[in-house]
Design a protein around this ligand. Structure first.
Ligand code: GDP
Length: 295
């Protein structure tokens, strides 16, 4: 389901409840049933939806609320809080610290926005006073190094790569070594992404990971891929220890269903990409996300 559709359905249910002259059990139940329907349609697990409904009813005890209480507000707040709880991402396995060298390896399928996101992530930290550097260990896609080089040059971020060398492990190790010597505190390694979850891709990722020993493996996922997202994330997780997730293309026509599914699995989403430009990149925070969802 398109994320906007889910948000629209929930907002409508809340609006209908707000329009009622008196808020009684019946009105509250109708509102909750509408929300339940929308969430189930968005493939949210039955148990999660049922728990949410039970919690809201516990919080909003209409009999206990005195006449003066603003029931609408209390119900809306309870629904908002429950949605936030449901979509709250897990914690990343590791958070780099400014001034201490960290190696962050980016993985994801081709076209997910991995290379673009590497630079966005570097640029975001550079603006905060970090000393990032980019290593292009994608020797599979023709043009990957040029793309990274171009982005890095634009953002004035040091980069490492090769047109000649075809071994991604060698490049990754050399790049990481060089930038460690240069005292960079955030060494970002971009790896190959391919169309399918080929065994060769996973083997290559595993080798690069073993050779560079990243402190954090970041999985980049396109938000518009919907249903396939979960399986894809699982397959990556089995090959390398994915520590956090960045969801791209949350802007414009993105359907966002993939993001929803990821959040429901408590995947630690830490940033979202909201456009093609370097600065169209935001820290992920569940409250503004749910606010936006509800319009
Ligand atoms: P890679 O193959 O995973 O390295 O993907 P690229 O970084 O080359 O990105 C693929 C396409 O997605 C490019 O056209 C990017 O400009 C675009 N892209 C990446 N992130 C975003 C985003 O957050 N929003 C939008 N609209 N486009 C994005």
């Amino acid at each position: 389901m398109v994320l906007a559709q889910l948000g629209g359905s929930i907002s409508r249910a809340l609006q209908q409840m707000s329009n009622a002259t008196i808020i009684d059990e019946k009105v509250l139940n109708e509102c909750l049933n509408e929300i339940t329907r929308a969430l189930l349609q968005a493939d949210v697990q039955f148990k999660l939806v049922r728990d949410m409904q039970t919690n809201i009813k516990k919080i909003v005890n209409l009999d206990d609320l005195a006449a003066g209480h603003n029931k609408r507000k209390i119900i809306q707040q309870a629904i908002f809080n429950e949605l936030c709880k449901m979509l709250d991402p897990g914690k990343p396995s590791f958070t780099p610290k400014k001034g201490k060298t960290s190696v962050v390896m980016f993985v994801g399928l081709q076209g997910s926005g991995k290379t673009t996101t590497c630079t966005k992530y570097a640029y975001y930290h550079q603006k905060k006073g970090w000393k990032p550097a980019l290593v292009c260990a994608d020797t599979f896609r023709a043009g990957a190094f040029d793309q990274l080089k171009q982005n890095a040059t634009k953002a004035k971020i040091p980069f490492y790569g090769s047109y000649m060398e075809s071994d991604p492990v060698k490049i990754a190790v050399e790049g990481v070594e060089r930038f460690k010597k240069e005292n960079c505190d955030l060494i970002i390694v971009d790896t190959s992404g391919r169309h399918k979850q080929e065994a060769a891709l996973f083997e290559e990722m595993r080798q690069v990971s073993e050779a560079t020993k990243p402190d954090l493996v970041l999985f980049v996922m396109d938000s518009s891929i919907g249903q396939a997202a979960f399986d894809q994330a699982q397959a990556f997780k089995q090959s390398v220890a994915v520590g956090a997730v960045i969801v791209t293309k949350m802007d414009g026509h993105a359907k966002g269903g993939g993001a929803l599914k990821l959040l429901l699995t408590k995947s630690p989403v830490i940033f979202i990409g909201t456009g093609e430009h370097m600065d169209e990149f935001e820290v992920f925070d569940v409250k503004p996300f749910v606010s936006r969802l509800l319009g």
